[in-house]
Design a protein around this ligand. Structure first.
Ligand SMILES: C[S@@+](CC[C@H](N)C(=O)[O-])C[C@H]1O[C@@H](n2cnc3c(N)ncnc32)[C@H](O)[C@@H]1O
Length: 228
């Protein structure tokens, strides 16, 4: 077992999400039944790049929610392949329908824990970029360990992103933005391209959780790091 796999095993004991099954609409269930087999990354594939018909730099979006940003980005950046990973089944159902309706050939979807995916299917340097938009902030102190941005998780990202590649994070929760900085600034694999934030890069569309944050009067923080 590799070190990364051991880290994956360890991280899997603390989940950054709570499964809420049984809330699929018939349309979402149909999308999962009919479209997941078409667009799904085979969980047994050891190299996620092999899921795509053509070789192209690969962007991984972690926790894509309903897939709004995933679909918009894949349409706007056709030279990249996009892999979205999400555990929330209704969101995956909605995203699959949107990917299919948009006729996108550069998108694949993984319905599984991002930690497992990174540990098992992302060889060193296989990713061009990782984008994580509005991850669950887990605001209560006793839940902070559930935040997906943690030193071990960032090490997994550092192993998977190629040298010169990018890690892009966004949040509307100021204490989580500070937390992200605290985790990433000491990390030798990444250098911060912001001071410490960046203006929203043109490639990031607005998402559902961003609109919710704005509606609550929150500021939005974009963080951009280069893999050294
Ligand atoms: C607050 S939502 C944000 C969704 C979307 N990015 C947006 O901005 O609207 C965070 C999402 O991350 C997903 N998530 C959390 N931990 C995850 C993990 N370990 N692997 C995959 N998805 C995860 C959750 O299921 C949830 O849909």
């Amino acid at each position: 077992m590799t070190l990364e796999r051991e880290e994956g095993e360890h991280l899997r004991r603390v989940r950054s999400f709570v499964r809420r099954p049984g809330r699929l609409t018939p349309a979402q269930q149909r999308a999962l039944d009919e479209l997941l087999p078409v667009y799904q990354l085979d969980p047994a594939l050891p190299d996620l790049r092999a899921a795509f018909e053509r070789p192209a730099p690969l962007v991984l979006e972690i926790g894509f929610g309903n897939g709004e940003a995933l679909v918009a980005m894949a349409a706007a950046e056709p030279d990249f392949n996009f892999l979205g990973v999400e555990v929330h089944e209704p969101g995956v159902g909605r995203a699959l329908r949107a990917v299919h309706e948009a006729g996108l050939g550069n998108v694949r979807v993984a319905m599984r824990d991002a930690v497992e995916l990174l540990s098992q299917q992302a060889p060193a340097g296989s990713l061009e970029q990782v984008r994580i938009y509005f991850p669950d902030p887990w605001p209560k102190k006793r839940h902070h360990k559930r935040r997906i941005i943690q030193p071990d998780f960032v090490n997994l990202l550092g192993a998977a992103i190629r040298s010169g590649g990018l890690l892009h994070l966004a949040t509307d929760w100021a204490p989580y933005a500070e937390w992200m900085l605290e985790v990433l600034e000491p990390c030798a694999a990444f250098s911060n391209l912001g001071q410490p934030w960046v203006d929203r890069p043109a490639w990031r569309p607005q998402t559902r959780f961003e609109r919710r944050g704005l509606g609550r009067g929150h500021d939005i923080f974009d963080l951009l790091f280069a893999r050294r």
